[in-house]
Design a protein around this ligand. Structure first.
Ligand SMILES: *Cc1c(COP(=O)(O)O)cnc(C)c1O
Length: 409
């Protein structure tokens, strides 16, 4: 008899997006002519840059010729891509990264979900609340948590609330934690930490021999100078942090799949006897056992992101989304809503005016046919908030803001 991993039974059904679809479908059944605008989109919408498509195709053509065919690639990714990652994403910001510290992969979701495998089951884990669900669920599956309580929190996890009251700056844990997930700029709140604020986390991690798992998927959306582009800009971070990056949100690779993570050579974890072990080597071992790399054409496509044409095209796409973000942020502020984010990220986090996340959802859907995401779907501290994204078209974004402006708050 095959038994199951019962930890999976602890997972709360991810009902939020199906519940949204159900409510929208029901509304459309009753109002078949309604022109709904979706600002809940958590996916990019603009196509791949032309230079990316060209190099992608060239990579495919090479695969069809005996002289240029590629079989299994290097576990850490092709040198051409690793070199460009180091040069453009790190050296450009004054950070030195070694080629052996870069691991190219098929996604930051996979990397952030898989990384917990190299850590013991007895680690105490801290997550910000609200949170990108992958960090929580992957640890639930591994058995590092208890069941979810009445308060919407899994047992044993340390939740770090991020709300307007603390300016979305999580307080350092009062108990000792071993692993800390930080996503900055943040999904869903769209907020960030300054260098000085992030320094406190790095100092905490070094004092406690903790590891920070730093998700920088939205780094390309940063516009303000005091916001770090990489956690490795912070003193001491190479001794305590793993960084996750992705081509999904900066270059439209959500359906193409390419990402990377940095696991510094100076990072160590400990065994039960207190001996230290290289996390870089553990991750290499994990990847070389369970993963055979990203396809050659896709690594060629990702590499094209770093070409001058690629850089220009991705910047123009990011500018397009960030103009939408500005229109939403300023428009909603003007009508008296409390809004956060949208300056260094494509997400705008609205404080719902004297109603719950779902009440605000229903109000927008029923009165002005605009769809967003109830904040409570990202964790208990997301109650009373609502996420709107900048990934729709300029026209739809303007129209949605104008419609919401007709409501009285
Ligand atoms: C979109 C997103 C990612 C990117 O995941 P991929 O698997 O690379 O597409 C990672 N982290 C967060 C918080 C995200 O929102």
């Amino acid at each position: 008899m095959a038994t199951i991993n019962e930890n999976f039974l602890l997972l709360e059904s991810n009902y939020i997006f199906s519940e949204i679809d159900e409510r929208v479908d029901r509304y459309l059944e009753e109002n078949p002519d309604a022109a709904i605008i979706r600002l809940g989109i958590g996916d990019v919408t603009l196509p791949l840059p032309q230079k990316v498509v060209e190099d992608f195709k060239e990579g495919v053509d090479e695969m069809g010729e005996i002289e240029s065919f590629h079989g299994y690639g290097p576990y850490r990714g092709y040198d051409f891509l690793v070199e460009n990652i180091i040069k453009h994403d790190y050296q450009a910001w004054g950070v030195e990264i070694q080629p052996t510290e870069v691991f190219v992969s098929d996604g930051a979701k996979c990397d952030t979900g898989n990384m917990q495998e190299i850590f013991g089951l007895d680690n105490t884990i801290a997550v910000t609340d609200p949170v990108y669900p992958v960090y929580v669920d992957s640890n639930v599956m591994a058995g590092r948590t208890g069941p979810m309580g009445e308060d919407g929190r899994y047992g044993k996890l340390v939740y770090l609330p991020c709300t307007a009251e603390n300016d979305f700056t999580p307080a350092l844990p009062t108990e000792k934690v071993d692993l800390i997930y930080l996503c900055l700029p943040n999904n869903p709140t769209g907020t960030t930490l300054t260098r000085d604020e992030l320094q406190k986390w790095v100092d905490y991690a070094r004092e406690n021999n903790s590891i920070i798992l730093f998700d920088a998927a939205y780094e390309a959306y940063i516009t303000q100078k005091d916001i770090p582009r990489s956690i490795y800009e912070i003193d001491g971070a190479k001794e305590c942090a793993i960084e996750f990056k992705s081509f999904s949100k900066n270059a439209g690779f959500t359906g193409t799949r390419c990402a990377y993570c940095i696991v510094p050579e100076d990072l160590y974890g400990y065994d039960q006897q207190g001996n230290k072990h290289s996390l870089n080597q553990l991750w290499f071992r994990r990847q070389s056992t369970k993963f055979n790399g990203v396809s050659y054409p896709i690594q060629r496509a990702a590499n094209a992101v770093y070409s001058p044409e690629g850089q220009k095209e991705i910047q123009s796409n990011i500018d397009y989304y960030m103009n939408n973000a500005r229109i939403i942020r300023e428009g909603l502020k003007e009508i008296g809503l409390e809004v956060y984010g949208g300056v260094n990220s494509p997400y705008i986090w609205i404080k719902t005016p004297n109603m719950t996340s779902w009440e605000f959802f229903d109000l927008l859907l029923n009165e002005v046919q605009v769809v967003g995401t109830p904040g409570v779907g990202f964790g208990p501290s997301g109650e009373g908030y609502f996420r709107i994204t900048a990934f729709n078209t300029l026209e739809n974004t303007k129209e949605a803001v104008e419609r919401i402006g007709r409501l009285e708050f």
